[in-house]
Design a protein around this ligand. Structure first.
Ligand code: DX5
Length: 238
């Protein structure tokens, strides 16, 4: 009997990347918080940008990110959970985000939007809400550097991981491997030491963690190490 659908053998898996979300941070001390994440050895830092419309929450304008940019050299990614991302792409790139991720559900001209992000000098990414099928990105793989499969409904930290997304992560992994393109496959929402093995076995190689990483008793650096070890161990190598 073969592997369950949601476990995908990978011939040359990349080392897992651990990327904290800034959402659990103390917003009154963002510079220090960002430096503490950098000191913990994270690979990138994610800014959850929310507009109160695409999601029922409000967070970071580009100026906030620009002010925190001086605190570290660690790369920033902007996850735009906003209804009209085209209006703000340039501002988030100028604020110092080397990767800008837009939601497929918010982009009627997704192919053009992803190309524009690259024209602005940043790497591009497309995110899918839990209900959105993998096929939505099938025709824009040439335009994107990253695909993000949300494992919670976006808008808040501290939510439970949606296991039903794992077959879609596996489908995205197969789609990316078949394309031969060097596209990162990121998951976001409810990532903990319990849920990361399943996401890694399904083919994800970039992992966002917010509340679990911030709440880990042994500290942020130990949290990053633990997530990396568990993800690396769970990868199905062909
Ligand atoms: C939710 C955000 C996530 C969230 C992750 O809309 O996109 O990045 O902050 O937080 P946890 O890890 O607590 O689910």
């Amino acid at each position: 009997m073969g592997l369950p659908d949601e476990r995908v053998p990978m011939s040359s898996p990349r080392p897992p990347l651990i990327v904290p979300s800034v959402l659990p941070a103390d917003f009154g001390r963002l510079g220090e918080e960002v430096r503490a994440l950098a000191d913990a050895g994270v690979d990138r830092i994610q800014w959850d940008v929310m507009d109160g419309s695409f999601v029922p929450n409000l967070t970071f304008g580009p100026d906030v990110i620009a002010d925190a940019r001086a605190a570290t050299d660690t790369p920033f990614e902007a996850h735009l959970m906003i209804v009209d991302p085209d209006r703000y792409l340039g501002q988030y790139v100028e604020a110092g985000c080397e990767l800008v991720i837009v939601h497929a559900e918010a982009c009627p001209h997704l192919h053009r939007t992803l190309a524009r992000i690259r024209d602005l000098g940043a790497r591009s990414g497309v995110a899918l809400n839990p209900h959105t099928p993998a096929e939505q990105v099938a025709h824009v793989l040439e335009e994107t550097d990253l695909v993000l499969a949300m494992t919670v409904n976006p808008g808040f930290g501290g939510q439970a991981y949606i296991y039903a997304v794992e077959p879609k992560i596996a489908a995205l992994r197969r789609m990316i491997d078949d394309s031969g393109l060097a596209i990162e496959l990121e998951v976001d929402g409810g990532i903990t030491d319990v849920t990361i093995p399943g996401a890694a076995a399904a083919g994800a190689d970039v992992f966002i963690s917010g509340s679990w990483l911030y709440g880990y008793e042994a500290g942020k650096a130990a949290a990053v190490d633990r997530l990396k070890t568990l993800a690396d161990r769970a990868v199905v190598r062909s």
